[in-house]
Design a protein around this ligand. Structure first.
Ligand code: FES
Length: 64
């Protein structure tokens, strides 16, 4: 499912970014372009990111 339509970023892209060390919206913006245009994807992107941390708490603690 697309989370950021402006940049064609999917839920899977965000989960992969979390696996690669993304821990914030700033990280998602620099890695994928999330929220770099209209910004309406911001809350959905964060939900997916936090969901990835809940599914695998080790993701967050590896980089924090
Ligand atoms: S939907 Fe993500 S910047 Fe527009």
């Amino acid at each position: 499912m697309y989370i950021c339509l402006c940049n064609r970023v999917t839920e899977k892209d965000i989960e992969e970014a979390a696996s690669n060390g993304a821990t914030s919206l700033r990280d998602l913006r620099s890695m994928l372009g999330v929220s770099s245009q209209c910004g309406t994807c911001e809350s959905a992107a964060m939900e997916v990111l936090f969901g990835a941390f809940e599914a695998d708490p080790g993701l967050y603690y590896q980089v924090a």
